[in-house]
Write a new protein. Structure first.
Length: 103
């Protein structure tokens, strides 16, 4: 379950980066527009992008820390309970094999 959450977080981070890149490109594309409304929208978008980049950086740090912690916990478990780890791995392998065979 932890690994699925990490993959989901990684996907969200990647999507947010793409969204920010698109918004940044839009801000640059409208740089030549002289309209007050466009200028105000550009300014607001730039401020929002700055805040989003900062929060995204924080989120990436948290994801890395959680991933590192999960890997350390898994490593500790495998070293302390090797036969249980082998059993869990074998069980998951059987389940995945059955699921793939159905397709």
């Amino acid at each position: 379950m932890e690994q699925t959450e990490a993959v989901t977080r990684d996907k969200i981070i990647a999507d947010l980066k793409a969204l920010m890149a698109d918004a940044d490109a839009l801000v640059r594309a409208t740089a030549g527009q002289a309209s007050e409304k466009v200028a105000a929208a550009r300014t607001k978008a730039e401020e929002t992008l700055k805040g989003a980049r900062a929060r995204l950086g924080d989120l990436e740090g948290q994801v890395r820390a959680c991933s590192r912690e999960a890997a350390q916990s898994a490593d500790k478990f495998v070293h302390e309970q090797p036969w249980k780890a082998v059993g869990i791995g074998a069980g998951l392998g059987i389940i995945v094999g059955m699921l793939l065979r159905r397709r």
